[in-house]
Write a protein that binds this ligand. Structure first.
Ligand SMILES: C[S@@+](CC[C@H](N)C(=O)[O-])C[C@H]1O[C@@H](n2cnc3c(N)ncnc32)[C@H](O)[C@@H]1O
Ligand SMILES: [Zn+2]
Length: 632
């Protein structure tokens, strides 16, 4: 500035095109820095390739699930092996009996077969593996014409069929073949390869050439093990997955925003019983700010209830199930999380033409009152058993009258969403003990442990949660403490728990009328001012309660973790813990508007780049702020 002296305060000025270009050049020429997360190192070079520190929890959780999955696969493998060995024993026994009848053959005791013996046995045709059980049995009746170690066996004999089973040849489960379909720097893929021993190979795919080059550099940076297990691949992952049908034991989808366009190919590329791990960060869409956009992406309407974060998870699950069903496949959720600014689900994928008939009974619409937020689930389908036969029928309804029984207002209808369980309790328990036993291997251990603890306490068969604060706001009363309310629910004969998705959320099987009666009783003892008008709260309070609530505290109503002083909800370690701009975008005035000056300059400072000063709002920047607020 002409005439300005050093000690005169400088005015913030607009970031011009020149400055943006300078920042870009700086990013391109600046020395890269090395960043370590878990056991992986990556080179960070400006904003060329996407990296978000806030996703460390996401990556740690994924490693915990991957370890649990590997252990489960080994267990399943061993139990299948035991069955096969037993079946081999039975067949050998029946064969021996035949031989005795013929009086010309001797066989060893079938029960003495050991894994080392099975290792020496011949290869099996893969068709045998695919045979349904009835067809298997027919193999027992085959004539003998091939000689092996003094025993005559035909090519198709039952003994050969079982003995040559590749499963018996390899008592250890196969190493996991993993696809990180949207890999960016490859950090996640590197962590899977280096930190999970059972992972044998990882393909890190990205359609951005710069990202793939960065990934290749990072693989080399991480040394021999990474180089042996990891391959960076430049492709549109949708096409890549479609051309690798049922090949990957694990597929990870971690997109910018919505995963919707990747789901169809992802569900086809996973092996039988394999694992899909999927993130969605388009929370504004999934939580009801753009209902019609959600419908176009996920095939479901979200509702703007207090439970919106759990509904977001359930909409994503329903969408994955719908894509899977097209290929006679179905999902079994093991862990479904709403964390910070995203949702992340972990589901196993199986194939069964008969099980997919159950899908409509695992989905529900949701009616939500516009006045008091009471909600009711309307199943899409049901299963009826009569005289030993099972029938799949449409749901019966409507489950509620058009006007709310509590306050008389109408309902909005959302869904369909997944209304079957979203977690597997056995997995959660084993993950909790596993992460606790290797704390040092999880950089975000505290948060990961608190999330899994909160999940472990959730009632597994109750979709969505109520908010005591929202109910109290409707009645304009001071809320009872959570302990008192929870006790009243338990004393009325129902179950109640917290929700990992919201520290104030309560999951219960108590019907809405019981919950409102408890609140009516509370207000009787803690009267509210009458503000007049026909508010929903006034209508609700005008009806006398049908039950007498008992607020006597009961231990069964309390969180075990809370009582034991174990954290269930931890604050984020830093400010600006949220989504990041796409890679390759210049961090500029727009990002100041959408993420805040401190965030952008914090990013630049971390990279040793000059900070960008704040500018005036433009209309577009204002829109970005709005969009970001919706995201928040
Ligand atoms: C959010 S970043 C992934 C972050 C990474 N998973 C991690 O944990 O650090 C999304 C990545 O997906 C890539 N991508 C977007 N569309 C793609 C497509 N159709 N095929 C392959 N990669 C794609 C982008 O280039 C970007 O690198
Ligand atoms: Zn109502």
């Amino acid at each position: 500035m002409a005439g300005a002296t050093e000690d005169m305060p400088r005015k913030p000025h607009r970031v011009g095109k020149k400055k943006e270009a300078a920042a870009r050049d700086y990013a391109n020429t600046a020395e890269p820095t090395i960043l370590r997360e878990g056991e992986a190192d990556i080179l960070i070079h400006g904003n060329d390739v996407f990296y978000n520190k806030a996703q460390i929890v996401n990556r740690d959780l994924s490693i915990a699930v991957l370890r649990a999955f590997a252990a489960k696969r080994q267990q399943e493998h061993e139990s299948l092996l035991t069955k096969k060995v037993a079946s081999y024993g039975n067949r050998k026994e029946s064969s021996r009996q035949n031989e005795r009848c013929n009086g010309d053959l001797e066989t060893e005791n079938p029960s003495t077969i050991s894994p080392s013996e099975t290792n020496n046995l011949e290869h099996l045709s893969s068709e045998h593996e695919a045979l349904p059980p009835e067809e298997d049995l027919s193999l027992e009746t085959v004539a003998e014409d091939v000689e092996t170690s003094g025993v005559q066996i035909t090519k198709e004999s039952p003994i050969t069929a079982v003995v040559n089973d590749p499963l018996l040849e390899n008592p250890e489960a196969k190493p996991l073949h993993v696809l990180e379909a949207l890999a960016a720097s490859g950090l996640r893929a590197l962590r899977y390869a280096k930190e999970v021993a059972e992972v044998g190979s990882v393909v890190a795919c990205d359609n951005d050439k710069v990202a793939v080059e960065a990934c290749e550099r990072n693989i080399r940076l991480n040394g021999k093990l990474a180089m042996a297990k990891l391959t960076a691949h430049h492709a549109d992952s949708r096409i890549y997955m479609l051309s690798h049908e049922k090949e990957f034991d694990v597929v990870d989808l971690d997109p910018y925003g919505s995963p919707s366009v990747f789901l169809d190919s992802a569900v086809q590329s996973i092996t039988e019983g394999g694992l899909l791990m999927c993130t969605a960060t388009d929370m504004a869409v999934l939580c009801g700010n753009n209902g019609e956009v959600c419908y176009s992406k996920y095939g479901a309407y979200p509702l703007r209830g207090k439970y919106c974060h759990e509904m977001a998870l359930r909409i994503l699950l329903a969408s994955i199930e719908s894509h899977a069903n097209r290929y006679k496949r179905y999902i079994v959720p093991v862990l479904s999380l709403s964390v910070d600014f995203y949702v992340r689900v972990f589901v196993r994928i199986y194939t069964s033409a008969s099980t997919i008939k159950e899908t409509p009974s695992k989905l529900s619409y949701v009616y939500q009152c516009v006045g008091c937020d009471s909600f009711h689930l309307q199943p899409v389908g049901r299963i009826a058993s009569r005289q030993g036969s099972v029938r799949y029928l449409p749901g019966t309804g409507p489950v509620i009258s058009p006007d709310c029984k509590q306050c008389g207002k109408h309902h909005n209808m959302g869904g369909p969403m997944w209304s079957a369980p979203i977690h597997n309790s056995e997995w959660i328990a084993s993950m909790l003990s596993s992460v606790s036993s290797m704390k040092m291997r999880y950089p975000a251990f505290g948060k990961v442990h608190s999330i899994l603890t909160a999940v472990s306490e959730e009632i597994i068969d109750i979709p969505l949660y109520i908010s005591l604060h929202s109910m109290s706001a409707t009645l304009k009363c001071t809320p009872p403490s959570s302990a008192l309310f929870r006790s009243a629910v338990v004393n009325a004969g129902y179950r109640i728990s917290g929700s990992h998705a919201n520290p104030l959320g309560l999951k219960t099987d108590a019907p809405m009328e019981v919950l409102w009666d408890i609140m009516r009783c509370w207000v009787k003892d803690h009267p509210v001012k009458d503000h007049g008008g026909e508010t929903s709260g006034r209508v609700i309070l005008s009806k006398p309660p049908e039950i007498e609530a008992n607020f006597k505290k009961v231990p069964a109503a309390m969180s075990r973790a809370l009582a034991a002083g174990v954290a269930r909800f931890l604050p984020n370690p830093e400010e600006f813990w949220g989504p990041k701009p796409r890679a390759g975008r210049h961090l500029s005035s727009k990002h100041i508007a959408s993420h805040g000056a401190e965030f952008v300059n914090g990013t630049l400072r971390a990279e040793g780049r000059p900070p960008i000063e704040e500018t005036n709002d433009s209309a577009e920047e204002g829109n970005e702020v709005k969009r970001q607020k919706l995201n928040d």
